[in-house]
Write a protein that binds this ligand. Structure first.
Ligand code: LCS
Length: 396
């Protein structure tokens, strides 16, 4: 039995959503049901489960009790209709496209998304007849102009990786829905603590759970949360057949990490605000992009659409690529690594790392300049992070 947890605040929901005392043992922490298959009491039951006329588990690629708790937890926070946990964030995106798009269909996407999310559509799904256009979705007129009658999905990442450009989800939903298109929002950077796209008009939310939802840089995973039963039903067979399922063990870790999502997001955000302000006053910094700064071009949208600016910052060191490299090579407390949203601060260079698969031309057009540095502020004391930046900047 599930709790009616939606009446509580978000911080309470993350602790209790998908969590119920195990009826068999009374265990407070969820059991890891590490089984690939589930027995039927007789043939009639097996047939009924396959036919969908009886609830119950069959085979873990099609559903698993531990994974189901995580799906319930994240879907509750996002206000969706169920969820599909996937082996990675990329598997979540690929499953949605595999489920809903085909020959002759068209996608409009945010030009600055996580590099591989764009490359897989442009380079790989195009081989199956899926066309796409990638525009600055913060400019509504550009989205309007890119729409075609065959546009099936408008894919928005906000805040965008790594430019921190924001897109007005409600405005996009209005344009998309008039055209009969579905809005897919990658909510990885914000997490449901700071932004709930379905409440703003999105039809499907996806996450790389590798990031904030798990929060401890120790698993890879993804999640798809549809808004409606109709979309849930369309995605379900694709999730089985693509085999993009998540295993129970990493799901259990993500469920454990999820309980502290609210406190981690808020702690990291408090630190990021201080770090961003410090960077803004640093004469060695060319520019800083953080939604919590008044200098962010969409500071007002951040305040309207999000419950906080989050903990990712992008900036450019004066002196461009060479100076940026010197900074990255000099950090001590922070770790030079890709990924984000963990308790530890991570710093990286998107043009040569996370977005290296994009052409330089597409990167520059998307605002990913050669010297851009991305910082994922973790839960360390902000003064220690600033101290680390201070000593690293001395070497620039
Ligand atoms: N969506 C966003 C916004 C991401 O940042 C990533 C990964 C993905 C989807 C894909 O998720 P994955 O398959 O890795 O779980 N972003 C990464 C990054 O910025 N650094 O390393 C991975």
């Amino acid at each position: 039995m599930s709790h009616d947890v939606k009446k509580y605040s978000r911080a309470t929901q993350v602790v209790h959503a998908g969590q119920h005392v195990d009826p068999a043992t009374g265990a407070v922490a969820p059991p890891i049901i590490q089984s690939s298959t589930f027995s039927f009491k007789d043939c009639a039951q097996g047939a009924a489960r396959f036919a969908g006329t009886e609830e119950g588990y069959i085979y873990s690629r099609m559903g698993n009790p531990t994974v189901a708790r995580l799906e319930e937890a994240v879907s509750t926070l996002e206000n969706g209709f169920g969820g599909f946990a996937t082996a990675s964030g990329m598997a979540a995106l690929n499953t949605v496209v595999f489920a809903l798009m085909g020959q002759g269909d068209h996608m409009v996407g945010t030009s600055s998304v996580y590099g591989p999310s764009r490359v897989v559509i442009e380079r790989d799904f195009s081989r199956f007849g899926v066309a796409s256009d990638w525009v600055d979705t913060s400019d509504i007129e550009k989205v309007r102009a890119a729409m075609r009658p065959e546009t099936k999905i408008v894919f928005v990442e906000t805040p965008a990786n790594p430019t921190m450009v924001l897109t007005d989800i409600a405005a996009i939903a209005e344009i998309a829905h008039k055209n009969g298109s579905i809005v897919l929002v990658d909510n990885t950077f914000a997490s449901p603590i700071l932004q709930r796209p379905i409440e703003l008009g999105a039809d499907i939310v996806m996450h790389s759970m590798t990031k904030f939802i798990n929060g401890h840089s120790d698993i890879v995973g993804g999640m798809i949360i549809p808004k409606t039963k109709e979309l849930y039903t369309k995605i379900r067979p694709a999730h089985y057949y693509l085999g993009a399922c998540m295993d129970p063990h990493p799901a259990w870790l993500a469920l454990r990490g999820f309980k502290t999502l609210a406190m981690r997001v808020r702690t990291a955000q408090d630190g990021a605000q201080k770090v961003a302000q410090w960077l803004e006053y640093n004469p060695k910094v060319e520019w800083v992009r953080y939604p919590g700064l008044a200098s962010h071009p969409q500071h007002e949208l951040a305040q309207r659409q999000m419950e906080g600016p989050g903990s990712l910052i992008s900036f450019e060191v004066r002196g461009g690529l060479e100076a940026g490299t010197a900074l990255l090579d000099s950090v001590e407390l922070m770790t030079l690594a890709v990924s984000l949203g963990g308790v530890e601060s991570l710093i990286q260079h998107p043009p040569s790392m996370t977005h290296a698969a994009m052409s330089r031309e597409n990167r520059i057009a998307a605002g990913i300049t050669d010297g851009l540095v991305r910082l994922s502020v973790g839960c360390e004391d902000a003064d220690d992070i600033i101290g680390d930046l201070e000593q690293a900047f001395q070497k620039v």
